[in-house]
Design a protein around this ligand. Structure first.
Ligand code: ZN
Length: 401
């Protein structure tokens, strides 16, 4: 799927003129020309907005005031620069503020729309009073603290699926029971001294799709279920992919897409607002990385748009049919829900309308109107409209009441 109408948008620090030069040139980062490709691909899927710059005051609610003062003034040591991975410059500080501002704006979107997106973000190695691992400000921690201070959330899950442990985040919220930190990471990846998260899963080198996805099912979703968050931050690191320069796992692009689908759907199905931040990704193949990032965006969008629309069509099976027994409606509902849960949205709708055709069931014109619109979004309009035409000619569409 490429494009469909929806209310969502993404914030990015890469558009702003003062940060347009992008991150400092580390060989592991996506080269500038590929960043343009990524932005263009993202822009086809949703509007991109300039990152608003964060107020220092909000950063101070998470980070140590003297630490922030020194970084603001450029009073940092060589050792601190080495831990960060860059030399200090005003641009490093501005980018940190823009990236954190983008996550905060995405957080406000999630409160209003259910889903908020920062095309960057996820600087999870930043501690309260020290920088490391390309992370100077902890954007997700700042936004989570903002939600708590504003009383907009009371049980926040930070699901960090970047290949590196979210050590800064775990440390910042170690004594905060309202925040549940989850980190699934490579056991042998940086940071070598790990912190204690609410849930840590350390995976061996070369972990494949199947083992990774089993971990999600066995550990992560049950822990999320038990915590029952009212807000979720999702760090969708692409550095779990095989071929990552800084990761040691071996997921395929299909495995990453399945991971993103499962996580985004988990929150969407429960109506829990979700903020998506991209976190790490340093693949030797820029094309692979870009495809994974766009897949992550699509997973988040589909979970909020297609899924609810299809669910609405399925939920109205009983209301909108005219001659259907409750038992048959229930069977159709159960089948369709099963197909949906596998993420085969187009197939689910197609199979549903095929059944309706086979059984020559009488549905209202308004039910069909919703289904045809959805079929268009899902790219199965041709097939579903053939079914519709057949039933219409046979007089099997009930007029509007
Ligand atoms: Zn990472």
């Amino acid at each position: 799927m490429s494009t469909f109408p929806h209310p969502y948008r993404a914030f990015t620090a890469f558009l702003g003129t003062s940060f347009a030069a992008g991150p400092p040139p580390r060989r592991q980062f996506l080269p500038a020309e590929f960043r343009e490709t990524l932005l263009a691909g993202a822009g086809e899927r949703l509007p991109l907005l300039d990152a608003p710059v964060l107020d220092w005051e909000l950063a101070e609610r998470v980070h140590d005031a003297d630490y922030l003062r020194r970084w603001r003034a450029g009073e940092v040591t060589r050792a601190e620069e080495r831990a960060l991975g860059f030399a200090w410059s005003p641009a490093v500080v501005e980018r940190g503020l823009a990236s954190s501002g983008a996550t905060l704006a995405a957080t406000q979107d999630a409160l209003a729309l259910g889903l908020g997106i920062n095309l960057g973000g996820g600087t999870h190695h930043a501690y309260r009073a020290h920088a490391e691992g390309f992370s100077f400000l902890n954007d997700v921690a700042i936004s989570a603290q903002w939600l708590l201070n504003e009383g907009r959330a009371t049980r926040i899950a930070i699901v960090d699926l970047d290949v590196h442990q979210g050590n800064g985040t775990a440390s910042i919220f170690a004594a905060e029971p309202r925040v549940f930190t989850v980190s699934v990471h490579g056991a042998n990846n940086y940071p070598f001294q790990k912190e204690i998260s609410g849930l840590d899963v350390a995976l061996p080198d070369g972990t494949s799709d199947a083992a990774y996805l089993a971990t999600l099912q066995d550990s992560v979703f049950s822990a999320l279920h038990a915590f029952a968050p009212d807000f979720v931050f999702y760090l969708a690191g692409a550095d779990v992919l095989e071929g990552d320069q800084l990761g040691r796992l071996a997921l395929t692009p299909a495995g990453v897409r399945e991971r993103d689908d499962q996580l985004c759907r988990w929150a969407a199905l429960r109506g829990i607002p979700l903020v998506l931040v991209m976190a790490g990704g340093y693949n030797t193949s820029p094309q692979t990385l870009i495809a994974a990032r766009l897949g992550t965006l699509e997973a988040a969008l589909e979970s909020r748009i297609i899924h609810p629309l299809l669910q609405e069509v399925v939920n109205s099976l009983q209301e909108d049919q005219v001659q259907l027994s409750a038992e048959v409606a229930q069977l159709l509902f159960e089948d369709a829900t099963d197909w949906i849960s596998h993420g085969e949205y187009g197939l689910a709708l197609q199979m549903l309308t095929d059944r309706i055709e086979d059984m020559e069931l009488l549905f209202t014109a308004s039910w069909w109107r919703r289904s045809l619109k959805l079929a268009e979004l899902l790219g199965v309009h041709e097939r579903v409209s053939v079914t519709y035409e057949y039933l219409a000619q046979a007089g099997l569409i009930a007029p509007e009441q």
